[in-house]
Design a protein. Structure first.
Lengths: 307, 335
């Protein structure tokens, strides 16, 4: 019934979705872990990255250039946002964060609708990557392999950045005691701004890479943002490693759930009922998983080790 | 009487309620029934925001999923009506029961967490509700469903904007009065104290969790009533009501009006929907203006419209003592 190749293909799809989620979740979880800031506007940065990538690809014809443009644009937007509004809110409570970033989401979604219209934008997969790769007797799109590769590279890169560099040391120190890091002569404001910019840049990268497999449109960031929030809560807030594992778990669970739950239900119930309930149950699966994790381990599965 | 006149935070709510009571008659007289539907919508949102304020303002629980209860209320009208049951009391009973039970179960799980965990898990439960109603294809699924019949309360049906207005006004007036009482009743005092310092409240001997859970459940049930009103007003129930932006809108309304104040959510609902209506008249892209307004609201600190009124209370002609009592709305944060 469930063939091995289908399962493998869906596992790879889940992995690809998982690494995209990780790119978003990494920025979210760092900003939350260190500045204690809830950023609902992270999905808007993902959307901006997707638009910047799409337009960059159209203008330059080079996909690598498009990714670079998307990353540079979202890094800059992230820096400006941090300086203008977000840095003023670190000391406030979460309600203010929710409020301000909710306003930003409204603003950016509407701005995208003004600048680029309400209709979705389609981006083609770059020619060099439009083929497929044969793997154990079935073909899998090479573009999706690229996403998985880039995602894993970012994961390794962020591990090295956090654990092996001076900047990473400051980031870790800042998450434990920002006041002390400041007292030791580190410009903590600049550190926070750079960190926020880096998170925004990863969100932009995720958006630009998702462009060719999804449609680029206003409001595209919110569904994936909410899933990324689920990821950081499941993984343990503030933990990049936790975000990585949780992103893969959520990505695979969601993808497999969407494929196999309707099939499973069809065995148990009437086809029309199963076709209606299957996707809904699959959509709810991720949230059920999160509710279960929070009820069982409110600190998440892989909490950050503080101190 | 002069002391009342010097305290806008006291007389503005009274005057506004009187104006709301008079509005349908005036609108009919000047032949502008459009305003009745608009203000009826404001009343429904005021009911929801005032309900959220019980959890968010008094209890300090940042529920980011109250759209769930609004949606349950809407479908508690639409689903029975679809099957031929148009009894309004039945709709209300289902709403209260379904919202109460849902809030009890989800609240028990959610209240194990605080801070961002609570925000996210309430959001997650609301998203689950959203997908549940989207999946009900026999009831319109994604597209929502038209109301087969409005709620009927004896000889009175909620089939017109004026009827919904009347019902909304009664619910809002009773609820506001109840919140006024509840805020300074022992229950409200424990709840508000627990927002500021749960440990001390526990040390004094009040178990924090049952108080919070009770507030969350009551808040959800009242919020459900706004869904009943909205479904009747729009003659439509849609999963869009359960979307996360509705929950965000409700939080904005509460903060805009004045978080933790009795009348703030009502002012907030009128200001929010009023501003939306005015901006829409100028541009379809009203959110591009409204978004930054919300950001500024968050940046300048949140005493809201009630806070602004309370500032006017401290007029120079006043004695310090009255100024002190007028400036009660406690808006300090606290996680």
């Amino acid at each position: 019934m469930i063939s091995g190749t289908l399962l493998l293909a869906q596992l790879l799809n889940g992995l690809q979705y998982g690494v995209l989620l990780f790119l978003l979740a990494a920025g979210l979880t760092l900003v939350f872990g260190i500045m204690s800031f809830v950023n609902l506007a992270h999905g808007a940065l993902y959307m901006l990255g997707a638009y910047a990538g799409a337009i960059g690809y159209e203008k330059t014809g080079s996909f690598v250039a498009a990714l670079a443009i998307a990353m540079a644009a979202t890094f800059l937007v992230g820096l400006v946002l941090e300086r203008l509004a977000i840095s003023r809110l670190y000391r406030r409570d979460h309600l203010d964060h929710v409020l301000a970033t909710f306003g930003l989401v409204m603003f950016f979604n509407e701005l995208a609708r003004i600048l680029w219209g309400p209709q979705p934008y389609f981006v083609s997969v770059p020619d060099a990557l439009s083929g497929t790769v044969e793997l154990f007797g079935f073909n899998y799109p090479s573009y999706r392999f690229l996403i998985i590769g880039v995602g894993l590279a970012v994961a390794v890169g962020s591990y090295l950045l956090i654990h092996k560099t001076r900047l990473g040391m400051l980031i870790r120190a800042g998450s434990v005691n920002p006041a002390m890091v400041g007292a030791l002569g580190v410009n903590i404001g600049l550190l926070n701004a750079v960190l926020f910019g880096l998170g925004a840049m990863l969100a932009g990268l995720a958006g630009a890479m998702a462009g060719p497999i999804l449609s680029v449109q206003s409001g595209m960031g919110e569904p994936v943002l909410i899933t990324a929030l689920v990821v950081i809560v499941v993984g343990g807030i503030g933990s990049v490693a936790g975000a990585f594992y949780a992103a893969l778990i959520i990505g695979v669970a969601d993808t497999l759930g969407r494929t196999f739950l309707p099939m499973l239900l069809r065995q148990l119930a009437d086809r029309s009922v199963a076709d209606a309930a299957g996707p809904a149950l699959a959509s709810m699966l991720v949230y059920l998983l999160m509710a279960g994790v929070l009820a069982w381990r409110p600190q998440g599965l892989f909490p950050a080790h503080k101190g | 009487m002069t002391s009342l006149l010097h305290r806008p935070s006291h007389w503005v709510p009274l005057v506004l309620m009187a104006a709301l009571a008079a509005l349908p008659f005036v609108a009919q007289a000047i032949g502008q029934p459009f305003y009745i539907a608009l203000v009826a919508r404001m009343l429904a949102y005021a009911v929801a925001a005032s309900a959220l304020n019980l959890a968010l303002g008094y209890g300090g629980m940042v529920g980011f999923g109250h759209a769930l209860f609004m949606g349950i209320g809407s479908y508690a009208v639409a689903l029975p009506a679809f099957h031929g049951a148009d009894n309004g009391l039945l709709h209300i009973a289902i709403t209260l029961l379904a919202c109460g039970l849902t809030a009890f179960v989800t609240g028990l799980v959610s209240l194990r967490t605080t801070g961002i965990g609570f925000i996210m898990i309430t959001l997650a439960f609301a998203q689950m509700g959203y997908y549940l109603f989207v999946s009900l294809k026999q009831y319109g699924g994604d597209d929502g469903m038209t109301l087969a019949a409005p709620s009927r309360l004896g000889p009175f049906t909620l089939g017109s904007a004026t009827a919904v207005y009347a019902a909304g006004f009664v619910v809002l007036a009773l609820q506001t009065w109840w919140m006024h009482r509840l805020r300074s009743a022992p229950f409200g005092m424990v709840l508000r104290a627990a927002r500021q310092n749960p440990r001390r409240v526990a040390a004094v001997g009040f178990p924090v969790l049952p108080y919070r859970l009770a507030a969350y459940v009551i808040s959800a049930m009242l919020c459900g009533l706004s869904g009943v009103l909205l479904a009747n007003l729009n003659a439509f129930a849609s999963p869009a009501t359960l979307s996360w932006s509705t929950s965000g809108d409700l939080i904005v309304i509460v903060v805009l009006g004045g978080i933790g104040t009795v009348f703030g959510p009502v002012l907030g609902a009128i200001a929010f929907l009023g501003m939306e209506e005015i901006l829409k008249a100028y541009t379809e892209h009203w959110m591009v203006v409204f978004g930054p307004v919300i950001v500024i609201l968050a940046l300048v600190g949140r005493t809201g419209l009630m806070g602004a009124l309370a500032k006017l209370d401290r007029a120079p002609s006043q004695t310090p003592a009255t100024a002190k009592t007028a400036a009660t709305p406690a808006v300090q944060g606290g996680h």
